[in-house]
Design a protein around this ligand. Sequence first.
Ligand SMILES: NC(=O)c1ccc[n+]([C@@H]2O[C@H](COP(=O)([O-])OP(=O)(O)OC[C@H]3O[C@@H](n4cnc5c(N)ncnc54)[C@H](O)[C@@H]3O)[C@@H](O)[C@H]2O)c1
Length: 262
Amino acid sequence: MTWNLEGKVAIVTGCASGIGLTTTRLYLEAGARVFGIDISPFPEPSPFSKAHSHHFYFHRADLTTPGACEKSVNQCLSKTGKKIDILANVAGIMDSFEAVHKTKDTTWDRVISVNTTVPMKLMRAVLNDGGMLEQKSGQIINVASKAGISGAAAGFAYTASKHALIGMTKQAAWRYHHDGIRVNAVCPGGVATNIKSSIKSENLDQESLDILKPFHDLNHTPDGGQTISPEDIANAILFLSVDASRNVSGIIVPVDNAWSAV
Ligand SMILES: NC(=O)c1ccc[n+]([C@@H]2O[C@H](COP(=O)([O-])OP(=O)(O)OC[C@H]3O[C@@H](n4cnc5c(N)ncnc54)[C@H](O)[C@@H]3O)[C@@H](O)[C@H]2O)c1
């Protein structure tokens, strides 16, 4: 079984930073062409080699705007001239650890929109126009979170958004398992990326953070530091994208150094 993605076309959301950027690099190194989407600009200079840059198409978009997901999939089709083989839903934002009684409509709407509705719309688009159902093959990898399997990791909105993403992963895996389409989720523990910049400090719920602290403290890695890197997460995403995992579908893979085993 191969870890090669030669000839494959992949869409990666959140490709300009952190886990999405590293996933894009690993996909390119495995031979895929990657259509990366992000609301933020792509880093300059590009961290990719010249050869890999030829196989990378960057599309800047806020995926929550109406029609953006469908338009992105169509742009990927016209740029690459090929149906889509892989969708990695990586883009995500945090809430500000608010409990439900402190959750503003604006926080709820934005977090659910980015973390849950965008992945749904992209899944629907790659299955339909993207060609996965027609070609009877495809891999979808959703990046959820430790907060998708536990109530003691984040605020109310983020926790809800990632639990929903896990339900979506399982339902779609089961629904399409006869269609050659695999759907899996990866649940990172704490990884040092730019994700904290999405926390709105004016909404920070310090009381909830204090309550969560003992549970966050369980996230200590053996050396006491944050040894989970974006590459650790991207490696799991890569495994779920290649033929080596061809019978793996509907699973939820924590990459959190046993945090979710507590
Ligand atoms: N870093 C962690 O500790 C951690 C833990 C658990 C889960 N996760 C999940 O991992 C995923 C990747 O996060 P990361 O840690 O690499 O964070 P990051 O902030 O470094 O990267 C997220 C990317 O998503 C992009 N993005 C946000 N909103 C967007 C939108 N509306 N349209 C298009 N792009 C948008 C951002 O611009 C950013 O480049 C997220 O889904 C996050 O919830 C991260």
